[in-house]
Design a protein around this ligand. Structure first.
Ligand SMILES: [Mn+2]
Length: 258
């Protein structure tokens, strides 16, 4: 979806990103599942802004048995949706292969990146945030490659087991690259251009794992926190709640009880 018009009856929207769920993060995965089955019930809409999963090797993994954390998370999203919550997912730089079969399986809508959310008279640009890190030229080149439909079709034509190995190798490579260099950050001027293009003065994104509010020239850019309950020294999880009121939108960052 290129834009999302919030219906008037939405009173509470929950925004989350960068959960990086998977077998490598058992506590985070269990914590998010608890949140989905518990506190998330308060939300009229749940918007997941990318990197829900640490890796996503293709929607056909949902047909494979035995079921794993991916199946469990999808079942919990579908359950939340069946209770009346609108669930939408944006692709991140790790789970960029999320597609239509996942969407149907979970009853979740796929949001384009960027996607314009219209809520309580506000125009809010939603993005994962990786495409804002324009200084990272190597990553921007890789992004162009891996978002190319022809490249994706070639990858998805390979057996799941092979894709699983490739994803593990790519993850290890990226872990080493990250250790060797300063992590890239969103470019403020690029974010400003995106907002101007959408006629918006508010943007919410994740990806950089640097949660804070950036005010600049009358524009607000809110960066979501990642979740990591497996990191004993710096355990973290956060939900950004938006609550439209008559002429404004109330914003709260909340640490869920996981
Ligand atoms: Mn990311």
């Amino acid at each position: 979806m290129r834009s999302l018009q919030a219906p008037a009856h939405w009173r509470r929207l929950a925004l989350v990103s960068d959960l990086h769920l998977g077998a490598q993060a058992p506590r985070t995965t269990a914590g998010f599942l608890r949140w989905l089955r518990g506190e998330a019930a308060r939300a009229d809409a749940l918007l997941l802004l990318g990197d829900v999963f640490e890796t996503w090797i293709g929607d056909d993994l949902l047909q494979q048995q035995p079921a794993d954390e991916h199946h469990e998370v999808c079942a919990a999203l579908a359950e939340l949706g069946s209770r009346g919550c609108f669930v939408a997912v944006q692709r991140g730089n790790r789970d960029f292969l999320l597609d239509g079969a996942f969407s149907r399986h979970c009853g979740a809508r796929l949001l384009d990146d960027p996607c314009l959310l219209e809520l309580g008279g506000q125009r809010i640009v939603l993005s994962h945030g990786d495409a804002l890190c324009i200084d990272d030229h190597a990553y921007m080149r890789w992004r162009e490659t891996c978002r190319d439909p022809a490249w994706q079709a070639r990858v998805l034509a390979q057996p799941l087991a092979l894709r699983r190995q490739q994803a593990a190798a790519a993850r290890e490579q990226s872990r080493q690259a990250q250790a060797a260099q300063q992590p890239s950050d969103a470019d403020p001027a690029e974010a400003r251009r995106w907002m101007l293009r959408e006629g918006a003065n508010w943007m919410i994104h994740g990806h950089t794992h640097r949660p804070r509010e950036h005010w600049q020239d009358g524009q607000l850019r809110q960066v979501l926190s990642d979740w990591d309950l497996d990191d004993a020294a710096a355990s973290r999880a956060q939900v950004l709640w938006l609550r439209p009121a008559r002429a404004w939108v109330r914003v709260d960052r909340e640490t869920p009880a996981t």
